[in-house]
Design a protein around this ligand. Structure first.
Ligand code: PGA
Length: 253
C-alpha cells in the first residue's frame, strides 16, 4: 500500500506575527483532507505561537543544530524546537547547503539529533543544474543521500526524503515527470538497500516550484509520496489546492 501523502510547506525567511492567521487558515482548511498529512515548517520565531494557535496541526522548524546546547550563536537545537512545540524539522535544504556550506556529514548529524529528540525529519537532497546537464544527477543525489542519512536505523514514519532539484526551487521550472520518476525510483532503491522494509515505506517528497496547477500531475508519478512546497505554501489560497490534489490522488489509488 502506498504511504499517506505528506504535503509540507517551507516558509523560509517569511512570516511575522500577523501571519499566524494564515497558519490558522491552513490548519483549519487541512481538516477537510484527513487522508493527507499536512505540515508547515516555519521560522523559529513563530513556532511557539503557531503551535499554541493550532494545537493538533504539525508545525516544524526549517533547520536544527546537531548539538543539544552550547556556544553556537544564532542556532536552534532540537530540544529548543520540541520545547517550542515543533513536531518535525527540515534538514539539508539546498539553501543551507549552499549559503551555510553545510556538508552531508553535518546534515546527517542534524537528522540524528532531531530524531533523537522525537522530531520527524524531512531530509533534502538535490542536484544543481550543471550536474544534471552533465548527466550526473542520479549519482550525485544518491551520494548526497548516502552521506546525509542519519547513522542509526530509522523508521518510515520518522523520516521523509525530499528530492529538490536546486534549479527547480523558486524558478517555476519543474523536471519532466519521467525525470522525477527516475530519480525517485533510484532514491527508493537506495532507501530499501540501506533501511530495508522502512525504506520501502518511507515517503519521498518532490520539491521545487510545486503549485496548484502542477501538483496533480506530479502526484501521479510513481514513488512521489508528497511535496515540499516553498512559495506556494505562504497562503491558504495557494497551498490548499496542492493538499486537495494530494487527497484526490489518494482517493483514486
Ligand atoms: P519552491 O521552494 O516551492 O518555492 O520552489 C521549494 C523549497 O525550497 O523547498
Amino acid at each position: 500500500m502506498a504511504p499517506r501523502k505528506l504535503v509540507a510547506g517551507n516558509w523560509k525567511m517569511h512570516g511575522l506575527s500577523g501571519d499566524i492567521a494564515e497558519i490558522e487558515r491552513i490548519a483549519a482548511a487541512s481538516r477537510a483532507y484527513p487522508q493527507v498529512d499536512v505540515a508547515l515548517c516555519i521560522p523559529a520565531t513563530l513556532i511557539e505561537r503557531a503551535a499554541r494557535a493550532v494545537p493538533g496541526f504539525a508545525v516544524g522548524g526549517e533547520d536544527v543544530h546537531a548539538a543539544e546546547k552550547g556556544a553556537h550563536t544564532g542556532c536552534t537545537s532540537a530540544p529548543m524546537l520540541v520545547d517550542a512545540g515543533a513536531r518535525l524539522t527540515i534538514v539539508g535544504h539546498s539553501e543551507r547547503r549552499d549559503a551555510q556550506r553545510e556538508s552531508d556529514f553535518e546534515v546527517s548529524a542534524k537528522a540524528d539529533a532531531a530524531l533523537g529528540c522525537g522530531l520527524a525529519v524531512i531530509l533534502c537532497v538535490g542536484e544543481i543544474l550543471e550536474v544534471r546537464e552533465q548527466g550526473a544527477a542520479l549519482d550525485t543525489v544518491l551520494a548526497q543521500l548516502d552521506g546525509s542519512l542519519p547513522p542509526q536505523p530509522v523508521g518510515a514514519a520518522e523520516l521523509a526524503v525530499a528530492y529538490e532539484p536546486v534549479w527547480a526551487i523558486g524558478t517555476g521550472k519543474v523536471p519532466a515527470c519521467d525525470e522525477i520518476a527516475e530519480m525517485h525510483a533510484a532514491i527508493r532503491a537506495r532507501l530499501v538497500e540501506r533501511l530495508g522494509d522502512s525504506g520501502e515505506r518511507m515517503r519521498i517528497l518532490y520539491g521545487g516550484s510545486v503549485n496548484g496547477s502542477n501538483a496533480a500531475e506530479i502526484f501521479t508519478v510513481p514513488n512521489v509520496d508528497g511535496a515540499l512546497v516553498g512559495g506556494a505554501s505562504l497562503t491558504a489560497s495557494a497551498f490548499m489546492p496542492i493538499v486537495a490534489a494530494a487527497a484526490e490522488t489518494a482517493r483514486r489509488a
